[in-house]
Design a protein around this ligand. Structure first.
Ligand SMILES: Nc1ncnc2c1ncn2[C@@H]1O[C@H](COP(=O)(O)OP(=O)(O)OP(=O)(O)O)[C@@H](O)[C@H]1O
Ligand SMILES: [Mg+2]
Length: 293
């Protein structure tokens, strides 16, 4: 049974794709885990980082993206889900120079359109939009879970905002990692996603769930001033929400997560001065996975 780790925040540009890809590399290379990344964002950043522009174009042309997967299998057709996956993705190597066990369900520019089409399809069977929305989300949840037998960890890189796919990911996740940038508008974004994940209406209701029992955990990213104003902001958020000890600074090595090179390299080389941050992040996430499975 796979551990489902969603990486989500309704706010854009906070490091969701960066953290998803870095953890996928770390868990597959250092942890020896069989990892699948599902790219739930129509910007397709995770896919571009893991297979490069050409690889992604080929997946689109072959109709082997997440939009195709949802569309083709929504009605329970007997196509093989595994045909939509690419294996040995990413540009880092194991110690022996070979590809780690890292797979991808490639993203699609059409993911939003397909979700709209699935809604309309389902709407032919009911006039109640809530029922229709629940059915679409429920079906997407089943489709996201289909791969759980083949992997140790499934990382769901969510789009900003709240698509059906993102809501389905939040629902099935064993843990939701919420990256945020320590600025004044972030707290609101963290509050909002926390309420959605825990199904609560307001922060008073959320407080009923002890911090250590929450299904999500926050991580400060793009930290530039770890001892000043940003530290106060992080501490304030940590009073209300679970928070990793790891803080990811603004670093060139972390920005390297977004580079794609066609030749495999050791993970230490790819992330350069960001390896120390990745090691720390990995050491906090790994026990969550190992203790759950
Ligand atoms: N710690 C960091 N240090 C330096 N650059 C970073 C760091 N974290 C993220 N970035 C850069 O910030 C940009 C946004 O990061 P990323 O795309 O991962 O965010 P996102 O939350 O996935 O965005 P979106 O909501 O658009 O999907 C990228 O260019 C990335 O390289
Ligand atoms: Mg992203």
């Amino acid at each position: 049974m796979a551990f489902f780790l969603a990486v989500a925040n309704r706010k854009g540009g906070v490091g969701k794709s960066t953290v998803s890809v870095m953890l996928a590399h770390a868990l597959s290379v250092w942890g020896g885990k069989r990892v699948l990344i599902m790219d739930l964002d129509s910007q397709c950043n995770a896919s571009l980082i893991l297979i490069g522009g050409q690889g992604w174009s080929e997946a689109r042309k072959a109709n082997r993206t997440i939009a195709d997967y949802f569309f083709d299998l929504f009605d329970g057709q007997s196509l093989q889900p595994k045909e939509y996956l690419l294996h040995g993705v990413g540009d880092v190597a194991n110690g022996d120079g070979r590809a780690p066990k890292l797979s991808l369900l490639p993203g699609s520019l059409l993911l939003e359109d397909v979700q709209g089409e699935l809604f309309l399809k389902q709407a032919q069977q009911s006039n109640d939009p809530d029922i229709v929305a629940n059915r679409v989300r429920g079906r997407l949840e089943q489709l996201l879970r289909r791969f759980e037998g083949s992997f140790d960890v499934v990382i769901l890189d969510c789009a900003p905002g709240l698509s059906f796919a993102a809501l389905a990911a939040l629902k099935i996740a064993d843990k939701v990692l919420v990256p945020f940038r320590p600025d004044y508008v972030s707290q609101l974004a963290v509050d909002r996603i926390a309420l959605i994940i825990e199904g609560k209406r307001n922060l008073d209701d959320l407080e009923e769930i002890p911090i250590e029992d929450r299904r999500y955990v926050c991580v400060a990213n793009y930290v530039r001033d770890a001892n000043g104003r940003e530290r106060t902001l992080i501490e304030e958020i940590a009073l209300v929400h679970p928070m990793l000890e790891t803080q990811m600074p603004q670093r060139d090595g972390i920005a390297n997560a977004f580079d794609w090179v066609s030749e495999r390299q050791p993970i230490e080389q790819k992330y350069g001065n960001g390896v120390v941050d990745l090691k720390q992040l990995y050491s906090e996430i790994l026990p969550m996975i190992d203790n759950a499975t």
